[in-house]
Design a binder for this molecule. Structure first.
Ligand SMILES: *[C@@H]1O[C@H](CO)[C@@H](O)[C@H](O)[C@H]1NC(C)=O
Ligand SMILES: *[C@@H]1O[C@H](CO)[C@@H](O)[C@H](O)[C@H]1NC(C)=O
Ligand SMILES: *[C@@H]1O[C@H](CO)[C@@H](O)[C@H](O)[C@H]1NC(C)=O
Ligand SMILES: *[C@@H]1O[C@H](CO)[C@@H](O)[C@H](O)[C@H]1NC(C)=O
Ligand SMILES: *[C@@H]1O[C@H](CO)[C@@H](O)[C@H](O)[C@H]1NC(C)=O
Ligand SMILES: *[C@@H]1O[C@H](CO)[C@@H](O)[C@H](O)[C@H]1NC(C)=O
Ligand SMILES: *[C@@H]1O[C@H](CO)[C@@H](O)[C@H](O)[C@H]1NC(C)=O
Ligand SMILES: *[C@@H]1O[C@H](CO)[C@@H](O)[C@H](O)[C@H]1NC(C)=O
Ligand SMILES: *[C@@H]1O[C@H](CO)[C@@H](O)[C@H](O)[C@H]1NC(C)=O
Ligand SMILES: *[C@@H]1O[C@H](CO)[C@@H](O)[C@H](O)[C@H]1NC(C)=O
Ligand SMILES: *[C@@H]1O[C@H](CO)[C@@H](O)[C@H](O)[C@H]1NC(C)=O
Ligand SMILES: *[C@@H]1O[C@H](CO)[C@@H](O)[C@H](O)[C@H]1NC(C)=O
Ligand SMILES: [Cu+2]
Length: 788
């Protein structure tokens, strides 16, 4: 059971209007008590979020289980003419369905529905079919609709979202490497490794590989991507590791490079073997070096992987007081957001938005409004890229695009109280495998959190005596969070979207999970430190590309650049200074689509404004794009492994015109096409005007992962974090904190030498205390208003 039950204990009420005998500190003890979760009634544990009905159908939602089943059935109907084999019966030379997902809904069709009384746009499925049965085998993508399936439903090639020149077709060598594609290659790998089992056993403490399903095998394999450059080659650069839960951290110093183009195994060959940082093109040369004693290993990779577990390690010592329950975020006053869990629609403090999900991209946000005004039409992750470095084939060759691995299907169980606060709202995600639908339970959590800092405050005057103010205003800080965690193989990417009460939106990503590590080469410190007896971290970049389709009060938006420039100028009242430097803003508007970086020293403000909408002061209403933590782009710009298929990762920011045929920055099978991409993001930039047009801002978050011993056993979320904020910029006439009741406006009365305040009817909840046993002898008492 991952869901724990929590009982809440909280303090007595601080009466409104009361005169505080001293400084207005409200203190409470939230006692440690894991007991029964209270349901309903109490305002302290709030139960489920209040329900709201979404104003419109969620037209971005995934296709239903029935639609998937009907699409599957239609595809396999001989009359459809696709000549499909069921995947369980298929070989590499058959046609079979790889996956079925939901096609993005054209914005052109959505807006008349969303903003008027146009019809709800039709739903379509997108389907990738591996077509090995063709003369020239490939992978072909289709779209199927309108749904539900009827006599009007057709199956069309999905070419229009790709700009690489082959539409929805991907060459065989570049298509996803599933088990069926691997099957004809595996015997060659088993044969090559079986033939040198005496060598691997001698060098690697008995480790041998005879094939994954052979019971003598004591090694695991990993190949990574890319597996082709432009589709005309097919290769696998295999690294061997000690198998187990922590296999990512126990590589051995042995690599097998295989050439395996096409579907015919007679064309496959061994390209060579790598160990000791040396390349051997064939077995005899490897064997000769082995027999000459040139391959001796100085370090032995451990078979014990207990040190890779994220469990309690008593050998690290004891920390004073750490046996007490840690602080927790609890929605004391009851949930302050409303949900339509059917439509996946949320309202919070003036915000409203829809959530959608796809197997490749995970969760996506649509129609984000603040106080009724649309700010963002779509906010979604587009790609999670990682590129590695090292003086060994696997690290040097590895670039991941996690949408290739269907990142959305890797969103799964969140642990209440740890991944997300106790009492969070949990939603499932569902996706489709073949003719059936899979549910990953509790894969999305929604909660309101204490920001950990007030939204705003000021202490006025200096008061007298004990009270160093005449007035003091402070507003409680809180934000709604929507969170998912995708465990894509080794990494656990945590995606959080925060909706702050002032109308700002924060996008954050953090990374934990296993490093993809390297065997330890003492002479290769430039690629990372030694982090375990025989393991070295591998330097790498993580780049997460996002799409923000801004619609600030309509689709006609401009990208405003306020450069901070330092100029020499004179002022008549400082004649003695002559010319002196000052900074000023040089305000301009991006004219054409462009990809660019944050200004040096962040000396530029970027805003999406609607030049035709002004606030009370006549200023253009807009949203500012505020750089956060670790705003980076891909370091390597000209690697053959990421040359043209990773263009979206190569600048901090990009602005394009919104087009129905450019819904995605990347394609899910682009990774094996670095030199001949199916989708080339750089082709989005074709000199179109972006002034008062429908704009999309693409932005990158990420981390340069300078690996360290503290990545053992897993990378820590504290440091591997990146973020960005979209904040109102003259969107309003003043800050949107004045209408919040969760505040204090404290006044000092010099005559009575006392302070008063109004709680505006929002008081610290008085919760039932229900504690069966005192914890550590602490009785459930409450202390309030202690003398300062
Ligand atoms: C396909 O595989 C299923 C079992 O997975 C089997 O029952 C069926 O006979 C196979 N069909 C063909 C045509 O081989
Ligand atoms: C149908 O696919 C099979 C392989 O599964 C292939 O041998 C056959 O030629 C294909 N038939 C047509 C008409 O394309
Ligand atoms: C589709 O079926 C409906 C009845 O369900 C029928 O009225 C219509 O004519 C059919 N359309 C076509 C193109 O066959
Ligand atoms: C393994 O050895 C066998 C027997 O000598 C040979 O036929 C085969 O080609 C070898 N495999 C590889 C991949 O070299
Ligand atoms: C390994 O597999 C072989 C046949 O493939 C079998 O004879 C043998 O008993 C198995 N050994 C073990 C230890 O399971
Ligand atoms: C080598 O393998 C043996 C047998 O599996 C094991 O007992 C030993 O601990 C291994 N050595 C290391 C350094 O892991
Ligand atoms: C999640 O899935 C489980 C199992 O199918 C179901 O019982 C539960 O109601 C679902 N939760 C939501 C919020 O739909
Ligand atoms: C301002 O003038 C001073 C003196 O000529 C010069 O050193 C400085 O570089 C100038 N600053 C700018 C921003 O042009
Ligand atoms: C202001 O920006 C414009 C281009 O938008 C540029 O031509 C001009 O030199 C800039 N002025 C200063 C003072 O930097
Ligand atoms: C602004 O909107 C008004 C009313 O919709 C329109 O008449 C005007 O032409 C617009 N101006 C610009 C600069 O777009
Ligand atoms: C979406 O828009 C594109 C570009 O206009 C068009 O080619 C395509 O057919 C549309 N897709 C659907 C499902 O209507
Ligand atoms: C300040 O306190 C005095 C004495 O209690 C009281 O008469 C007066 O009304 C208070 N002033 C305000 C503004 O509340
Ligand atoms: Cu990393």
């Amino acid at each position: 059971m991952h869901r724990e039950l929590v009982a809440l204990l909280c303090a007595a009420t601080l009466a409104a209007g009361s005169v505080l005998p001293a400084l207005g500190y409200e203190r409470k003890l939230l006692l440690d008590a894991l007991g029964k979760r209270q349901t309903g009634g109490s305002s302290c544990y709030s139960g489920d979020a209040p329900v709201v009905e979404a104003p419109k159908t969620n037209v971005w939602a995934g296709i239903s289980a029935k639609d998937n089943y009907d699409v599957w059935t239609l595809l396999h109907d001989p009359a459809t003419g696709l000549n499909l084999t069921l995947p369980e019966n298929a070989t590499v030379t058959d046609n079979y369905v790889f996956w079925i997902d939901t096609l993005h809904t054209n914005k052109t069709d959505v807006l008349p529905y969303l903003d008027g009384d146009g019809p709800a746009p039709s739903k379509y499925a997108r389907v990738i079919i591996f077509e090995g049965g063709k003369e020239e085998p490939d992978s072909q993508e289709y779209y199927v609709g309108p749904l539900p399936v009827s006599n009007e439903t057709s199956v069309e090639k999905l070419d229009y979202i790709y700009n690489g020149g082959r539409g929805g077709s991907v060459p065989f060598n570049s298509r996803y490497a599933d088990g069926i594609k691997a099957a004809p290659i595996n015997p060659l790998i088993a044969s090559a490794m079986g033939n040198i089992s005496d060598i691997t056993a001698a060098l690697f403490n008995g480790s041998v590989f005879y094939g994954a399903s052979d019971n003598r095998t004591t090694l695991s394999t990993t190949a990574g991507t890319p597996l082709s450059f432009d589709g005309s080659q097919g290769f696998r650069n295999i690294m061997f590791r000690i198998p187990g839960r922590g296999t990512y951290l126990t590589p051995i110093d042995f690599f097998l490079l295989v050439d395996c183009p096409g579907t015919d195994p007679t064309h496959y060959s061994i390209k060579g073997y790598v160990t000791n940082e040396k390349f051997f093109p064939d077995e005899p040369s490897l064997r000769a070096a082995f027999e000459a004693g040139e391959l001796a290993q100085e370090y032995v990779q451990t078979k014990d992987q207990s040190w890779t577990d994220v469990d309690y390690k008593p050998e690290l010592g004891v920390r004073d007081l750490e046996d007490r329950f840690a602080p927790s975020n609890i929605e004391l006053g009851g949930k302050r957001y409303k949900v339509d869990s059917e439509a996946q629609y949320i309202e919070y403090m003036g915000f409203s938005f829809y959530v959608a999900f796809s197997r490749t991209l995970g969760i996506m946000f649509y129609d984000i409004k603040f106080k009724g005004d649309r700010i963002i039409y779509e906010l979604s992750l587009q790609e999670a890229l990682a590129q590695y470095a090292g003086n060994q084939p696997k690290a040097a060759n590895t670039v991941y695009h996690d949408t290739y691995y269907s990142l959305g299907t890797d969103l799964a169980t969140l642990v209440e109280g740890y991944d997300c606060p106790f009492g969070s709202t949990f939603w499932n995600v569902t996706y489709h495998e073949e003719d059936h639908t899979v549910t990953n339970q509790d894969a999305i959590c929604i909660f309101e959190q204490d920001s950990g800092f007030p939204l705003s405050r000021h202490r006025y005057g200096s008061g007298a005596g004990d009270y160093p103010f005449t007035q003091l205003g402070v507003v409680k800080g809180a934000a709604l969070a929507v969170r998912t965690i995708a465990t894509v193989g080794n990494y656990d990417y945590m995606f959080s979207y925060l909706f702050h009460q002032d109308g700002s939106i924060e996008v954050e990503v953090r990374a934990s999970g296993f490093l993809q590590s390297s065997f330890y080469y003492p002479d290769q410190a430039r690629y990372g430190p030694r982090i375990a007896p025989a393991t070295q971290g591998s330097l790498h970049d993580h780049i997460l590309t996002y799409k923000a389709d801004f619609d600030v009060l309509g689709t006609a938006n401009s990208f405003q650049i306020s450069d901070l420039v330092v100029v020499n100028q004179t002022q008549a009242w400082f004649p003695e200074l002559g010319e002196f430097e000052q900074m000023e803003m040089n305000i301009s508007y991006l004219e054409k689509e462009a990809a660019f970086n944050w200004a040096a020293n962040n000396q530029a403000m970027f805003c999406v404004v609607n030049q035709n909408e002004t606030n009370a002061w006549g200023e253009q209403r807009g949203y500012r794009i505020v750089p956060g933590r670790s705003n980076i782009h891909l370091s390597v710009q000209n690697s053959p492994f990421s040359l043209k298929n990773s263009e979206m990762a190569k600048t901090h920011l990009a602005v394009t015109r919104q087009h129905d045929n450019e819904p995605y920055a990347n394609s899910v099978q682009n990774i094996n096409l670095p030199l001949a991409p199916q989708q080339d993001f750089s082709k989005f930039f074709d000199d179109e005007s972006v002034e008062q047009e429908d704009l999309v801002v693409w932005f990158n978050l990420g981390m340069h992962h300078f690996v360290r011993a503290e990545d053992i056993p897993v990378t820590l979320y504290t440091e591997a974090a990146s973020s960005i904020v979209f904040a109102p910029q003259n969107f309003n006439d003043r800050a949107q904190d004045g209408d919040l009741l969760n505040r204090r406006w404290i006044k000092y009365n010099a005559t009575s030498d006392a302070i008063t305040f109004d709680a505006y009817g929002v008081e610290l909840p008085n919760c039932p205390i229900d504690i069966s046993e005192p914890v550590d002898g602490i009785s459930p008492t409450v202390e309030l208003f202690q003398e300062g």
